[in-house]
Design a protein around this ligand. Structure first.
Ligand SMILES: N[C@@H](CCC(=O)N[C@@H](CS)C(=O)NCC(=O)O)C(=O)O
Length: 205
């Protein structure tokens, strides 16, 4: 087996693992304590950033979860999880993939850091970025008014990557994220076996 994903409980590793599960591609997972740079410093020799997820596939090394999903559908497809350049929703698909991190999980990272990792250091930043995140859900909630999936009337990695932000909102206690259309959409997505499997890996000391 050549695909290996380093992951921590509930991290963005959900995205590539869920993608591989939907595609039926074999892989292995190594679970680490969070954050690995503190509890497993030797991991920095594998991934100099210390972040998770981290992908090894032959000579390939990747540090970005959305990039990993794109890599899998392009390299191990064809699959319905990808949207091709000749489809109407191709640009929408690329936009959602970038939106999932640049607009949605970016503010959540600030909330996570200053509520869980370093409470009391920047409470105002945590609260401000929590509100920023909720406001930035406007596009997602509106888009889901009249569609079941984000692109091309089927499950794609856009749904996988964007819905991770809602999963993370749940972990961070940001209940305002569960707006009616978003809730309907994630209730449907989070019933999928691939999502459940991606969360089943747990770090054991
Ligand atoms: N943009 C990267 C972000 C990776 C990232 O920052 N992951 C967080 C957890 S979800 C992490 O590794 N934190 C470790 C730390 O704070 O040291 C991705 O999407 O994979």
């Amino acid at each position: 087996m050549s695909i290996k994903i380093y992951n921590c409980d509930g991290s963005r590793g959900v995205r590539p693992i869920w993608t591989l599960e939907e595609m039926g591609v074999d892989y292995e997972v190594e679970m680490l304590p969070f954050p690995p740079r503190v509890f497993k410093p030797e991991y920095l020799e594998t991934n100099i950033l210390g972040t998770i997820p981290y992908l090894e596939d032959g000579d390939v090394r990747m540090t970005e979860s959305v990039g990993m999903c794109l890599y899998f559908v392009e390299k191990y497809g064809p699959t319905d999880l990808q949207v091709k350049p000749d489809e109407d929703d191709f640009a929408t698909y690329l936009n959602w993939l970038a939106h999932s991190d640049a607009t949605l999980t970016f503010p959540q990272t600030v909330v996570l850091r200053y509520t869980i990792q370093e409470p009391g250091v920047a409470d105002a930043a945590a609260e401000g970025y929590r509100r920023w995140f909720v406001a930035r859900l406007r596009l997602l909630e509106k888009t889901l008014e009249d569609r079941e999936y984000l692109c091309s009337n089927r499950l794609t990695i856009a749904d996988i990557c964007v819905s991770y932000a809602i999963h993370l909102a749940g972990s961070l206690g940001i209940e305002q994220a569960f707006k009616p259309n978003i809730k309907r959409w994630t209730d449907m997505l989070f019933e999928r076996e691939g999502y459940k499997k991606s969360l089943s890996y747990k770090y054991e000391e």
